[in-house]
Design a protein around this ligand. Sequence first.
Ligand SMILES: [Fe+2]
Length: 591
Amino acid sequence: MDWGTMSKEENYCFDVAGYLHVPGVLTGEEVDVLCQRLDRSGQTQGMLSWPKVEREPFRNLLIHPRLVWYLNQIIGYGFRLDQEPTWISNATNQVTTPLVGGDEPRDPARTYYFQNGRRYCQSVRVIWALADIEKGDGGFVMVPCTHKSRVETPVDIVTGEDDMGLIFQPSLKAGDLLLVAGNALQGMRPWQGKEQQSLLNYSYAGRAAIQSTGNGDWTQDDPSPEWHQQISADQRASLYQPGYSNSTPAPTIVTDGKTTKLDESRGVFHPSIYKLDPDSGIDQKEFYFWELNGYLVLRGVMDQEWLEEANHAIDRFQDRVVVGEELARGSKSLAGTGRPTMGGLLKLPYPYCEPFRKMVAYPPTQHRLNWMGGSGARMSDATLFCAVQGTSGHSLHDAGEPMYPPMGYQYQNGRSYAQAVTTTWQLRDVPPDLGGFACVPGSHKAKYPPPRGVTSCDDHMGLVKQLVMKAGDVLFFADGALTHGTTAWKNPVSRRAVLIKYSSRSFHRSGGEMVHPWNRWSAKLIEGMSDAQLAVMRGPDRDARQHNVPRLEVTDGAVEVSYERGSALYSGEAPKEPVVDKVPRSDRGVS
Ligand SMILES: [Fe+2]
């Protein structure tokens, strides 16, 4: 039987969020058998070594065909069971344990690898639901996207003191399969459900990943040859063999370049040239949230007086609202009427421009822009988005895949490199489920393109989040990398959000007159150049994915300039035909 490969939706979900929910893998009969065996045994582990009749369903589960099919694609061929299965019930639920996981510091034996279409998730937790779990029941929880988190998890999130709204508790039906990246932040919460909690938990690993020891007698041996007694303990620590309990976790030799010392705690010692800087002026929780999700909401930036001035100005110039096109792009759930906006807020007559000009280089927001993308961000106009009840949503757009450097997101060595950051200043409350900005958290690091059901929100797989905000809050998002848009506006009170886009110092986003060779170079330098030569003398232009600037193509060994346009956006200056006639003859440029 050929089942093909995982669907693009499944690949996307696991890649972006670090989990995959597969409904109805086990039949009701299979679930009943497993439950009976567990009830009969009164035990919560060791099921693979129970008497024959009792253990069979658990051994069958170990290599359930559907599971094997998934793990071959998620972990890679040769995956293996790392730890014995356990049964999670109300009696075993460890409610006080802090969450574990996250990808900083990186644990190479448990982390998520993806490159050039190949994925190796070195650790996968497999959860089989044997009873239904409803929303709010508690039990197993995780923080989506943390399998790719590059920032150390703040203590408040580990302890649950402040989860920043990031905790996800999956709802499952008996017979469902849940696959969770082993390095995603996860744990248990107190069980609140009416019924008994019943989950079977299996842990799998990559074929070479060193994680746990087994439970065989041999694991208790010391395999060191006798001559190891003649060398120091530090030296023996350098010659250990994995797979034994005395070598798990691996011994730690602490060094300073001059001495060696055995660390009995066996914590990982991995020197770094960087350390967390508490004086960086960056709130670590904010940075964590931003890096994890690709957006950040700064609460209460505008005070009441500022909000009143801004809203008053909007009231005054309602006649400047322009209703644009419908942006649902064929989505059923986003369908509605055209999108109303009002541009030019910075140029409103005095004093109405004042509340909007105050947004320019406003210290708290400018500071975030600096750490999100580095200095040199330049802003667009300020535009009011003022959807009314019935206005369509804007189908979700942009993504981490395909990668697009001028508007992309990268993280390196403690710095966020978001090349495009858009801010939205809320002039009114944005309540839940009534429309507004929505995004796929974590999609700025996606390695699979967003499926159609996600961008249309018609089949969003639970990955799309509509943000709830208050008047005065400012949203930042990694435009161009984060998959984002708006849900249809259902609120009788119209939307009032001021949108300002920032481009980084590193890339152009709108072209302009300096793209032309005759404005960029002296007339003497470009005079007499061919069209093909002029094509490479252009200045930085809008790079909107493909086919939006004149470019050289080679056909049968000959170089030609192509002005053919793709579907991407163009700057107004982009030529449609040869420009050789436009080169001026004097040394004064023309545009
Ligand atoms: Fe957008």
